[in-house]
Ligand binder design. Structure first.
Ligand code: M6R
Length: 604
């Protein structure tokens, strides 16, 4: 949930740390801090709120020549977002940053307190630095002390530690939370909790595995161990450019990412949609042999994409499919059948609930498949197979292009299974392929549309709630539209099956209840229309999104790509994303970093 950076070398340490934190700020932003060790002195700075506050605080601090530093941007789990609780946490002579949760911290804290340690913060992290120093007092060897510390930790962590007793090294450990170490070939070493922090700095990186720990120094480079034994460095080239991770003229990353959807969807389908069939080089010919059903598990937006595609798996691939919210799945003691394919969907590949569900499925002997946007993420490394969504780095906390590409991958997957099971005729597969090819056009943001939604948005800033309604595939899209709006506007919004309104929620209908009606022409138009008429008769304010003009609507967004349900789906997706964006902008909210949220939820 938090972001971590580290650096050893001769360049401007402060700049490198702060620059890396900027790339990770989307992971958590309620406080930030850095600690720099140089000439046996540690300088530490912390600030509550966004990273800019830390930048202000450190503006007169300059560092030259060799040194090292660690930095952190936080999303609070234990203890309020205060300066005391911000990382780095200090002991007598050492500093630590940590991402994850130390599950046995209460027990460790008790032992340390009994031996005279005074704790300053309410965090679980602080035990690490005190435990290290206690171990150092006993062992008089910094690495052995660090190893003994890591041995005692339970839970998820990515840890960096620096200490005055060994001022040439950064100690690191990883278990359950992501951590990457890289170098630039000139002796400088960089750490990050995501490769976004290392792009443009390191040219080769090592994605650490759970249980890895060690230290780095400019003399020895990266010294990596696992299970107390030296481990070979599995170096990978770091590709990707920083520019694409910047806003590129848009007001917010979310806006840029909505506009990018057409382009990234081309990447998603490239090499996978052939003239007459769907092809995934990642899957063997016999991948689906013995699979009798599909279980999808995910959180948030990824759950919504899974739910949408469950309709396609059943309708097209004729395979029984169920969808589970990962945080519920983990504790329901699910009955898992080894004949099921367990599909996890995650933009980040680091969502703790999804990751744990995946581990459960694996230990129950199920074949697992990850639909993920981040290669080498924890989920990708654990799943048997992965289909990457190829959306590129998504920075806005509110997911947009990740959702679009997830749906696209699963649509293709449903056809791939249909080919395998021969559950669709060749002609039908061909017409689906044709429809897929058309989608990058359907999601192009026309100026006309964006201007219309900008104007419309001013009418939707109040009221006592929003209902996004749809049927079939458009019900999960309604869920997603509502999730987008509530995440960044802080207005109450629900997604509901249109046909279900009369079973309760219609009681809320009045002119202050805003209904966003998804009314595709190609799927149950008349049914949805009568559901919307029922709401209109109760004076609900209706915004209809449809290719058919709907007379009872107060507002209307005309859609144009109505030759296939999925074209309608993708076009309406863009409309709901733009609506959330423009409402949020009018309300003066921080679109990319909405309150209380973080991009990657690596805690339960
Ligand atoms: O990285 P993941 O796709 O696993 O994340 C799951 C959810 O946390 C995520 O989709 C969340 O709901 C987004 N903020 C939605 O915009």
């Amino acid at each position: 949930m938090c972001g971590i950076v580290g650096y050893i070398g001769n360049e401007d340490i402060k700049e490198i740390l702060v620059d890396g934190l900027k790339e990770l700020e989307y992971r958590g932003y309620d406080s930030a801090g850095i600690a720099v060790l140089q000439d046996n002195e540690i300088h530490s700075f912390k600030a509550v709120g966004k990273l800019q506050n830390l930048v202000e605080k450190t503006k007169d601090f300059t560092v030259e020549n060799f040194g090292m530093g660690i930095g952190h941007t936080r999303w609070a789990t234990h203890g309020k977002p205060t300066e005391i609780n911000a990382h780095p946490h200090l002991g007598e002579f050492s500093y630590v940053v940590h991402n994850g949760i130390i599950e046995n911290y209460q027990e460790l804290k008790k032992e340390l307190s009994q031996s005279g340690v005074a704790f300053l913060s309410q965090t679980d992290t602080e035990v690490i630095v005190h435990l290290f120093e206690k171990n150092y007092e006993k062992l008089k060897d910094s690495f052995k002390a660090f190893e003994a510390t890591v041995e005692k930790l339970e839970g998820a962590y990515a840890v960096l530690l620096i200490t005055k007793v060994d001022p040439q090294k950064i100690f690191f450990a990883k278990n359950g939370s992501p951590m990457i170490v890289g170098n630039d070939g000139k002796g400088d070493i960089f750490f990050g909790s995501s490769d976004a922090a290392l792009i443009g700095k390191a040219n080769e990186v090592i994605y650490l595995d759970d249980g890895d720990y060690g230290y780095t120094s400019s003399k020895e480079g990266i010294v990596l161990l696992s299970d107390k034994k030296p481990k070979a460095l599995n170096k990978k080239a770091l590709t990707g450019d920083k520019i694409s991770a910047q806003k590129g003229g848009f007001r917010f990353f979310m806006e840029k990412e909505i506009y990018e959807q057409s382009e990234v969807l081309v990447d998603t389908i490239m090499g996978r949609v052939l003239d007459e069939k769907i092809y995934f080089e990642e899957l063997d010919e016999n991948f689906f042999d013995g699979i009798e059903e599909i279980k999808i598990c995910a959180c948030g937006t990824s759950y919504n994409s899974g739910l949408a595609c469950s309709y396609l798996f059943e309708r097209q691939a004729k395979i029984k499919t169920s969808v589970e919210i990962a945080s519920e799945f983990r504790y329901k003691e699910p009955l898992l059948d080894p004949k099921s394919l367990f599909v996890v969907i995650s933009q980040s590949g680091e969502t703790a609930d999804t990751l744990e569900a995946l581990k459960m499925a694996r230990s129950a002997g199920l074949k697992t498949l990850a639909i993920c946007n981040v290669d080498n993420s924890s989920i990708v490394r654990i799943a048997d197979h992965t289909l990457l969504t190829r959306a590129g780095i998504e920075k806005g906390v509110a997911s947009t292009k990740a959702f679009a590409t997830q749906v696209m991958v699963m649509w293709m997957l449903s056809l791939y299974i249909a080919q395998h099971k021969k559950s669709m005729s060749k002609e039908n597969i061909l017409s689906e392929i044709e429809a897929i090819r058309h989608i990058p056009n359907a999601v192009v943001v026309e100026n006309r549309l964006h201007e219309k939604i900008k104007r419309l948005s001013k009418r939707y800033l109040h009221g006592h709630g929003f209902f996004f309604i749809g049927r079939d595939l458009f019900y999960p899209l309604a869920l997603e539209g509502a999730l987008k709006l509530k995440e960044i506007s802080y207005l109450h919004a629900e997604g509901y099956p249109a046909g279900e309104m009369k079973h309760g929620p219609i009681a809320l209908a009045d002119s202050e209840l805003f209904t966003i009606a998804l009314m595709p022409k190609t799927l149950h138009y008349d049914k949805v229309k009568s559901n919307v008429e029922e709401l209109s008769a109760r004076d609900a304010t209706i915004l209809a999104i449809s290719p058919e003009r709907f007379e009872l609507a107060d507002d209307y967004v005309h859609t144009y790509h109505s030759d296939h349900p999925m074209s309608e789906f993708f076009e309406m997706m863009v409309v709901t994303q733009l609506l959330a964006l423009e409402v949020s902008i009018r309300l003066g909210n921080d679109v990319d970093m909405p309150r209380n949220l973080a991009k990657s939820v690596t805690v339960e």
